[in-house]
Design a binder for this molecule. Structure first.
Ligand SMILES: NC(=O)c1ccc[n+]([C@@H]2O[C@H](COP(=O)([O-])OP(=O)(O)OC[C@H]3O[C@@H](n4cnc5c(N)ncnc54)[C@H](OP(=O)(O)O)[C@@H]3O)[C@@H](O)[C@H]2O)c1
Length: 461
């Protein structure tokens, strides 16, 4: 005996039409596996004139309220996007006690805690698997599969557009502008790609993922963000010579191990969250040199991957298609089924890991973020330049790991000098770089990128 579940779909664009396709083509499989008869009953769009393969018994309209209020609408699926109309629609549904499924990371990164609290107040839930990592079940992993793990770090490639562009620059030697135009033509970048290439999309996803992984409320504004739009093909080549590829990484990590910190500071644990009260998160999104032996270096094109480091499991890698019609629809269907079966509402009710029930994140100031660094200086080829540069670094206690310079064509020309450093703080590096760029022998601005090495345990033997 199958149970019928009525769906209201708000938005039928890229993702919404994928959801309709799965509902139409996989109805039997879903019914056989879940015992659910998922029926699309209401569909809301902006333009009624667009041709769409709507099921015969579904009502199509432009009226969000009607489609949410309808007594036969059991689950509201928001696939409009943005933080305006989508927010109002979700709030309206939640106030009626109706569960909401959404793929809207922008909305949740900005208003997640408020919307989760509203859902809780009205004894319902929000499911959001499709908001991060497209079809990769990373939300499910963080909220269920890894529930017994204290998570120490989460490092991800979570923006397919940036990964497509950087992959093409690396493989084909293209400039950023050329790779961006090719990505637009191939449908991997929007006409206005700002949200993606600025790193903001990745930061919104990181805010959500870090909130769940570390059981604190992380907002987009907590994250230090740099995009890929300033990446020069020269640096991709030099990184390659050094054994690295450049990836846009979203990184969230505890700043020191719990045991060491508790032993040294006597920090208290918060009984509700399991997080020591002195915990600080290092949160950033930026182009990063990733060693070629790191699994993330192999993640190419539109694929996403998220490395999670749990104290019990160790390293787990979640890899797959991070966007696109069918992968994202796959995650939306996972949520619809989870809500209909009651597993997602139960977890939402029981688990104290969602941003409305957890404290605000304590975030490490940008100046204190620690990395190794890659510097590209344009230095005049005259005696003493390197000594001046290493002096400036030394004054800020930054230790040089390697220096590389190609032979100049002519004496006295400006030539690129590549310096890699040992771990140092962002603040020290910035101060040293200011002094270096003020030298007569350096043509500013120098390029500064971070190098993130794999934790030792996972490095190649
Ligand atoms: N595309 C992806 O690969 C992807 C991946 C992960 C997450 N997401 C998220 O999924 C959500 C949807 O993305 P999408 O790419 O499917 O967007 P999209 O293709 O732009 O579709 C948006 C849909 O919303 C409808 N809509 C817009 N304004 C409306 C209004 N005022 N009233 C009623 N309907 C309205 C549009 O109607 P018309 O069809 O009539 O224009 C369209 O059907 C976003 O939150 C996005 O961030 C997308």
């Amino acid at each position: 005996m199958s149970k019928s579940i009525g769906l209201t779909l708000l938005g039928c664009g890229t993702v919404g039409s994928g959801v309709m396709k799965i509902l139409a083509e996989q109805a039997e499989l879903l019914k056989r596996r879940t015992g659910l008869n998922l029926e699309l009953r209401h569909l809301v769009v902006r333009d009624l004139g667009k041709p769409r393969p709507v099921p015969a018994n579904a009502k199509v309209s432009t009226d969000l309220r009607d489609a949410i209020d309808a007594p036969d609408a059991d689950i509201i699926v928001e696939l409009i996007g943005g933080t305006g109309m989508a927010k109002a629609a979700i709030e309206h549904a939640l106030k009626l006690g109706k569960p909401v499924v959404t793929a809207n990371k922008s909305l949740l990164a900005a208003h997640g805690a408020e919307l989760f609290a509203l859902a809780r107040k009205h004894n319902t839930c929000i499911a959001f698997e499709a908001s991060c990592g497209g079809g990769i079940p990373i939300i499910d992993a963080l909220t269920k599969g890894l529930i017994a793990n204290r998570i120490d770090a989460l490092v991800g490639i979570v923006n397919g557009t940036c990964n497509v562009i950087l992959t093409q620059m690396t493989r084909s030697g293209w400039t950023y502008e050329h790779a961006l135009e090719a990505a637009k033509k191939a449908g991997f970048a929007e006409a206005d790609p700002t949200l993606d290439v600025s790193g903001r999309d990745a930061a919104q996803k990181l805010a959500l993922l870090a909130s769940l992984a570390f059981n604190v409320n992380v907002l987009e504004g907590d994250i230090h963000v740099e995009g890929i739009d300033k990446i020069d093909a020269t640096d991709i080549n030099f990184a390659g010579e050094l054994g690295y590829v450049i990836k846009l990484l979203a990184i969230a990590e505890r700043t020191c191990s719990r045991d060491a910190r508790v032993a040294s500071s006597g920090a208290q644990h918060d009984g509700d969250t399991g997080v020591a009260t002195t915990d600080r998160l290092a949160l950033r999104v930026h182009p990063t040199l990733v060693h070629k032996t790191d699994v993330l270096a192999e993640v190419s094109g539109a694929f996403n991957a998220i490395s999670v480091y749990g104290h019990a499991l160790g390293h787990a890698l979640f890899y797959g298609r991070g966007a696109g019609q069918m992968p994202t629809a796959s995650a939306v269907l996972y949520d619809i089924v989870g809500v209909a079966l009651g597993t997602i509402p139960q977890a939402f009710k029981q688990l104290s890991i969602f941003p409305d029930t957890t404290p605000r994140a304590s975030v490490l100031p940008v100046a204190q973020l620690q990395s190794r660094f890659y510097l590209r200086l344009m230095a005049r080829d005259v005696p003493g330049v390197l000594a001046e540069v290493t002096d400036a670094l030394g004054r800020h206690k930054i230790s040089v790991s390697a220096v590389r310079q190609h032979e100049p064509d002519d004496v006295g020309q400006f030539v690129p000098v590549i310096i890699t450093t040992h771990r140092a703080s962002e603040g020290s590096l910035r101060a040293a770089l200011k002094e270096i760029d003020a030298l007569n022998t350096i043509a500013p601005p120098s390029v500064c990128l971070r190098i993130v090495d794999q934790p030792k345990e996972f490095a190649a033997e």
